[in-house]
Design a protein around this ligand. Sequence first.
Ligand code: ZN
Length: 235
Amino acid sequence: MLPTDSALVLFSGGQDSTTCLAWALKHYARVETIGFDYGQRHAVELTVRPDVIARLRAQHPEWDAKLGEDHMIDLSLISEISQTAMTHDIAIETQANGLPNTFVPGRNLLFMTVAATVAYRRGLTVLVGGMCETDFSGYPDCRDDTMKALQVALNLGMDTRIKLETPLMWRDKRQTWELAQELGGQPLVDLIREGTHTCYLGERGALHDWGYGCGTCPACELRARGYRQFVGGAV
Ligand code: ZN
């Protein structure tokens, strides 16, 4: 068990951040959520957020009691100052520097910094994010070292002792599904499968066995592969 404390979870409405929210609700006495509208093409994830929160509350009365305010922050300036496939209608491809053009430079740094500002005001001492470097698209701001360096920088800059927790950092997608099962059993797995959104293109037509999405973008491919490994491994 982690020390009883309070946490602010970066919650987008996707698979990873929903699993992180469940993880935080299991470990901390008081939990709040924060979401960012940055002009993402898959803004549908923002619309599923309230439903995911409502279903989590309904499934787990003990989590309902711990879950506090949800903070929605407008960070539309990100799409104004950057040009990426995440925020603009351009094809997903690999750039000359080897990074996919879905990488939004500075995004996670900004998210964590804004979250720290909100945590400071709300008296919350832990920030929880779904960053992961095990099974990722090579985004440098998802790296463990980036998060650790940022934790140091934020605490120096604000004279605080805020901790950045990234429970998915060393888990692949299959293990993320396994963690969900560990935390909330089949009802949580089903909630994540049906209720969350991960697809980069915001596609939400048909429900696949792994959830909604186009099935072909990098985020869908990762999610689908992880789910199939999870189901296959569980048999
Ligand atoms: Zn997709």
